[in-house]
Design a protein around this ligand. Structure first.
Ligand code: ADP
Ligand code: ASP
Ligand code: MG
Length: 440
């Protein structure tokens, strides 16, 4: 069985949906995971923000601006009056639910329900389209099997058991359609896997069924060697190991959700990144095999905060770092990069939700300073300890960029550098020139 995930742009219009239908219509059992049509989740996030601000007029305006996109999709997607009617009724139903939140009470739970509407709409429309085209398929609700635990982590056992149960309801079906991103929490309420979470759904589903392959179809021909939104002339990387891809995803390569490689790696299910606009392109294959090339790619993770704790009394005492880490653990805040000296420790976090409490607790140990708006630049490859020269090439490339922190040796796949946000583009461009351009 294969799992194929199509992102927002890939299902972003009636034309795109028709292309996806062609791509999935081949023999063999498969689960197709769809995102919301592009722009929808962004717009729904704006709606929830307006509702949190008690501005239901603004929320209504935002919904009013979104609805025509769906009406137009229905007009263009379906040929028969019967399916146009069905499609329009579906949209009316979903938008009625959305409108209802502008009139009624709005809480955290409603926020998640609103955000789920994008994937519920795209999958239902796509399923109707397949039906009209007489392509047999089953719409398999993700809310029946995707679940997170109290810590917001996927509940792997639950997912596996319930997904298998869902699939066994239609043992002879070849094509299952389901929603990316959305799930339930342990209380049964609607929740999600955070922005970009459809990739995570696909990989969790692929791991749960031990799929032959997980395909992530998007709007670019694979993982590029640098951020194509910033750096010109980037190119796709043919092969990456799970560890390399996981580092790139975690450290900001937007093409993949930060955690989605973990489940695939655990079950050794290869992940292929493919381009819906250019289906014949080879894309990127992520698997257990490493291709051996030293420096593969560069990614950047934004909105990082660096926290520095200076303490001349306690740093050398054993148990000091543990006490520091325990503070972050209490607030469920992961640390990304860490450097130490005899008198100070600097570490970075990307989640500022508890920063004030964290700083207050850290002040017991010494002088604490925090600086926001930092960027982690992550250089990924296979940095074998017995080869040398990588660091020289990297730092030579960055000779004109002020560097705040360096982390080397934490893993054999990653060298991380912290720079101020204002130097991010310069750093990415300089690394591209120094590491990937032949005639520099
Ligand atoms: P989807 O909606 O299909 O999930 P995303 O927008 O989440 O697509 O991810 C694809 C985008 O990721 C690309 O259009 C590209 O701009 C961006 N991106 C950032 N870094 C990289 C990278 N290293 N390689 C490829 N794409 C990248
Ligand atoms: N629709 C969700 C988002 O925009 C999930 C996804 O596209 O992966 O974040
Ligand atoms: Mg995405």
């Amino acid at each position: 069985m294969q799992v194929l995930k199509f992102g927002g742009t890939s299902v972003g219009s009636a034309e795109r949906m028709k292309e996806v239908a062609k791509l999935v219509n081949y023999p063999g059992k498969k689960i197709v995971v769809l995102s919301a049509m592009s722009g929808t989740t962004d717009q729904l996030v704006k709606v929830t923000k307006a509702l949190y601000a008690h501005n239901s007029e603004e929320a209504s305006k935002l919904l009013k601006a979104l609805e025509p996109k769906y009406r137009e999709t229905v007009e263009k997607l379906f040929t028969s009056e019967e399916y146009k009617k069905k499609g329009n009724e579906l949209i009316t139903q979903h938008f009625n639910l959305l409108w209802s939140f502008t009139l009624d009470m709005f809480t955290h739970n409603e926020e998640k329900t609103i955000l789920a509407e994008g994937e519920l709409l795209s999958t239902a429309l796509f399923h109707y389209y397949l039906e009209e085209q007489k392509i047999p398929s089953i719409l398999m609700p993700a809310l029946n099997f995707m679940r997170i635990d109290e810590d917001g982590e996927p509940d792997i056992e639950y997912i596996e058991e319930h997904l298998k149960r869902e699939l066994s309801k239609d043992p002879h079906s070849q094509l299952f359609i389901t929603q990316g991103y959305i799930c339930r929490n342990p209380f049964g309420q609607i929740d999600n896997l955070k922005r970009g979470g459809s990739d995570y759904t696909a990989c969790l589903v692929g791991a749960a069924i031990n799929a032959e392959e997980i395909q992530i179809w998007t709007d670019i021909d694979g993982m590029h060697n640098n951020d194509p939104r910033i750096v010109p002339n980037t190119f796709p990387i043919a092969e990456l190991s799970f560890d390399e891809a996981a580092e790139l995803a975690y450290f900001g390569a937007k093409i993949l959700h930060p955690y989605c490689i973990r489940p695939a790696k655990k079950r050794n299910v290869p992940v292929r990144l493919l381009n819906t606009m250019q289906p014949e392109a080879k894309g990127t294959l992520i698997s257990r095999n490493a291709s051996g090339d030293a420096i593969k790619a560069v990614a950047a993770k934004y909105k990082i905060t660096v926290i520095k704790i200076k303490s001349d009394r306690m740093l050398m005492a054993y148990g000091f770092l543990r006490s520091v880490f325990e503070v972050f653990e209490r607030y469920k805040t992961p640390i990304d990069v860490i450097t130490t000296s005899e008198v100070a420790v600097s570490l970075t976090i990307d989640d500022n939700s508890h920063i004030d409490d964290i700083i207050k607790e850290l002040e017991i140990f010494g002088t604490v300073s925090a600086e926001m708006n930092q960027v982690i630049i992550c250089i990924v490859g296979d940095f074998l300890a017995d080869r040398h020269g990588y660091a020289v090439r990297i730092f030579d490339s960055l000779k004109d960029v002020p560097i705040r922190m360096i982390s080397y040796g934490g893993s054999k796949n990653n060298i991380s550098i912290l720079v101020n946000a204002e130097h991010k583009n310069d750093a990415l461009l300089a690394l591209n020139k120094g590491l990937f351009t032949k005639n520099k």
